[in-house]
Design a protein around this ligand. Structure first.
Ligand code: UD2
Ligand code: MN
Length: 291
């Protein structure tokens, strides 16, 4: 695999005993393997992935073991692109990782935040103490730049990666949010009790999440345009993910006390399936509707 990327990065990748050093060295610019990798090379990268979408670098100690949590339903083209892009991207950075796809089977209306909560609970149950960094990631988001280092900072600051997104002409959002891609340690996620389960449909859950972080004295680091920019795969609004018309009121009613009662500790779901696919671990969930 090192050979493959040696060509990609014009020789700037060195295998060091400490993966962290390699990651720091990785940031030389744009990373677009879909344009650059031949099918043959891509297949070789994907063959290196262990069942369940896991990979860990050889010859160096990884700084983190990263769980990538993808809330998902009915976006198969995006998922294919995501997997064929992200495995090379993460391996190039020599991140130790496993990709989890948390799919909603029911009810009809989508709840991204509750899926991420269920995903956190199941991954920590199945792999106790395995992951020390979680990245919650939309399936349609692809980091364009190798300087977007897929790791966590520390137990008191999260990183919001997806500030500059193609769909919004790479402009920084006018309001604070944590949507698209955000990293934090499991300790922090537990402290804030994860996401609210109350946001059915589209919108609001990521702003509520930032309020949770701030109420718990966790800072949200953002990332400069030249270090973090994202391509969002094109899509329309999904059929069963209507705008949550109550989102502004729900956000303005935020309280720390309520957030401690609504989150990973009370998310209610039925675990339908867990399966190791070739390129990801699939977790199929039926959420218990609260509306
Ligand atoms: C923004 C946020 C997103 C979320 C959303 C509001 C950014 C870059 N993204 O994205 O994180 O806060 O607003 O809820 O700030 N999904 C499915 N199937 C569905 C519906 C959604 O798989 O039927 C998943 C998928 O991973 C998708 C994500 O949920 O990427 C977010 O949904 P979206 O892409 O429709 O929302 P978008 O682009 O407005
Ligand atoms: Mn999207």
């Amino acid at each position: 695999i090192a050979d493959i990327f040696q060509e990609q990065s014009k020789g700037d990748l060195k295998i060091l005993p400490d993966c962290e050093g390699t990651i720091r060295k990785a940031g030389k610019g744009i990373f677009l393997p879909l344009r650059q990798l031949s099918n043959d090379k891509l297949n070789r990268v994907l063959q290196n992935v262990h069942p369940g979408g896991h990979w860990t670098p050889n010859g160096c100690n990884p700084k983190h073991h990263v769980a990538i949590i993808i809330p998902y339903r009915d976006r198969v083209d995006h998922l294919r692109q995501f997997l064929s892009y992200m495995h090379p991207f993460l391996q190039h950075q020599r991140v130790s990782y496993r990709i989890f796809v948390i799919e909603q089977q029911s009810p009809r209306i989508f709840n991204k935040a509750a899926l991420m909560n269920a995903g956190f609970n199941e991954t920590t149950r199945i792999f106790p103490k395995m992951f020390d960094c979680y990245i919650f990631h939309d399936v349609d988001m692809l980091p364009e730049n190798d300087r977007t280092v897929y790791g966590c900072r520390n137990d008191s600051s999260a990183i919001h990666f997806a500030q500059h997104v193609s769909k919004y002409n790479y402009k920084r959002p006018a309001w604070r949010l944590t949507g698209g891609a955000v990293s934090l340690t499991p300790k922090m996620f537990r402290k804030v009790n994860g996401y609210s389960n109350a946001f059915w449909g589209w919108g609001g859950e990521d702003t509520d999440f930032i309020l949770r972080l701030e109420a718990n004295n966790i800072t949200v680091n953002t990332c400069k345009m030249e270090d973090c920019s994202y391509f969002m795969q094109r899509h329309k609004r999904d059929k069963d993910n209507p705008t949550n018309v109550h989102q502004l009121k729900m956000i303005s009613d935020f309280s720390l006390e309520v957030s401690q009662l609504d989150g990973i500790r009370n998310v209610s779901y039925f675990l339908e399936t867990v399966e190791s696919k070739q390129l990801y671990t699939w977790i199929l969930i039926s959420l218990n509707s609260t509306i």
